[in-house]
Design a protein around this ligand. Structure first.
Ligand SMILES: Cc1ncc(COP(=O)(O)O)c(C=O)c1O
Length: 388
């Protein structure tokens, strides 16, 4: 990336690997490189032990049991197993699924495919803050409903869903509850027991772990969730996800989850200070600025703003020393305005103006100071251009 420092404020897209995580991973590339399924010798046995430890670290972090942890390639795959897995196993009971319009494409595109396969999907709308209405959720449940899939925290606006309440409704009606927690685990407390979550998706690279690794939590009992696999083969991960285990990455996600949960409270406080400062500084310079998402029920490291008259794509091109995003990483190639911001009901204009800023573990106060200056300069430049 050359000599010039670019301030990275796009931690919803991905995070750097924490050096403490990397340190733990390294021996598993070159020293303990055994196949965790070939446990007749020390190489494989040690690899399996490392995988078992990671399973325990993750289970402990979300109040699950280690047998309920399945390793996948990321939250996208976990979401796919959750949706198609439930649909295939429980389709005989009913073919109705409930989700929300603001979900990640990893859930929405599975739903689209399921519709093509004969399932019915209810896409719940959200209010101006990105929250679903709990009464509407309960009303949407029919005797044919087999799954509710609602994300824990939104990847664009950071709005945190009322997971406990959703879990209570799902349990009351005997419907499975899946939550895509890619942006939530390690940032907000997740307790699958207290929240009655039956299936949960986690991503390694959103919490200072490596890319290409994820977790699917699947409840073992009360109620047991049976899932059909999406990938078939050697029967790894209880037959749910075949393929040789990526031991270094599994060690990495285990450590990353453990660290993020241990350091959650002080990190949240620091993130809140940084994003509050950023918001107030920008608001002083541009009083018309709008906050997208919920003012309180939001991830502390998220700030999603719209500045009227400023096209986010143009701003991002102009911002040479700050890395922010105009939407979610998975849809940045599209020219469509963000489906999440559009769902808030303010019209497409606000979506075209939306900028997602997300601070992280290694973001300092001086980085935010610099970002404010660069953002203000770029916005003023664009406003001047448009007034000519
Ligand atoms: C909410 C959410 N779900 C799923 C994903 C996909 O995760 P992964 O990159 O691990 O497949 C992301 C990442 O963009 C996300 O933010």
């Amino acid at each position: 990336m050359g000599e010039r420092k670019i301030i990275y404020l796009d931690h919803h897209a991905t995070t750097p690997v924490d050096l403490r995580v990397l340190q733990d991973m390294l021996p598993y590339f070159t020293e303990v490189y055994g196949n965790a399924a070939s446990i007749d010798h020390e190489y494989g046995y040690e690899a399996k032990q490392a995988v078992d430890k990671a399973r325990e670290q993750i289970a402990k972090a979300i109040n699950a049991q280690s047998e309920e942890i399945i390793f996948t390639s990321g939250a996208t795959e976990s979401d796919n197993i959750a949706l198609f897995g439930v649909a295939e196993k429980y389709g005989h009971r009913g073919k109705h699924i409930i989700t929300a319009v603001t979900e990640h494409k990893a859930v929405l595109d599975c739903c689209k495919r399921l519709e093509e396969m004969g399932y019915t999907v209810t896409y719940l709308p959200v209010d101006e803050f990105g929250l679903i209405d709990l009464q509407s959720l309960e009303k949407a449940i029919t005797p044919k409903t087999i799954l509710i899939s609602i994300m824990a925290a939104n990847n664009e606006i950071g709005t945190i869903a009322p997971l406990e309440e959703i879990g209570r409704i799902a349990k009351k009606h005997n419907v499975f509850f899946h939550s895509d927690a890619a942006q939530a685990v390690g940032h907000i407390p997740i307790d699958v027991q207290k929240m009655n979550i039956d299936i949960l998706s986690i991503s390694g690279h959103k919490l200072y772990g490596p890319k290409g690794i994820g977790v699917l939590y699947r409840r073992k009992s009360n109620p047991r969730v049976n899932l059909s696999p999406v990938i078939y083969g050697g029967g790894h991960e209880k037959g749910l996800r075949s393929g040789t285990l990526n031991v270094p990455a599994i060690v990495g996600i285990g450590k990353a989850v453990e660290l993020a949960c241990k350091e959650m409270a002080p990190a949240e406080k620091r993130y809140r200070q940084l994003t509050d400062y950023l918001w107030k500084a920008l608001k002083t310079d541009f009083p018309g600025i709008l906050l997208n998402g919920h003012p309180e029920k939001r991830l502390a490291h998220n700030l999603n703003i719209s500045i009227p008259g400023i096209e986010s794509k143009a701003l991002i091109v102009l911002l040479k020393d700050v890395a922010v995003s105009a939407g979610s990483a998975c849809t940045t190639n599209s020219v469509e305005p963000s489906h999440v911001i559009c769902a808030l009901g303010f019209g497409e204009g606000r979506a075209h103006n939306a900028i997602r800023i997300s601070v992280g573990r290694f973001t300092g106060a001086e980085d935010i100071e610099q970002a404010v200056q660069s953002l203000s300069k770029a916005v003023k430049g664009l406003l001047q251009l448009s007034s000519v």
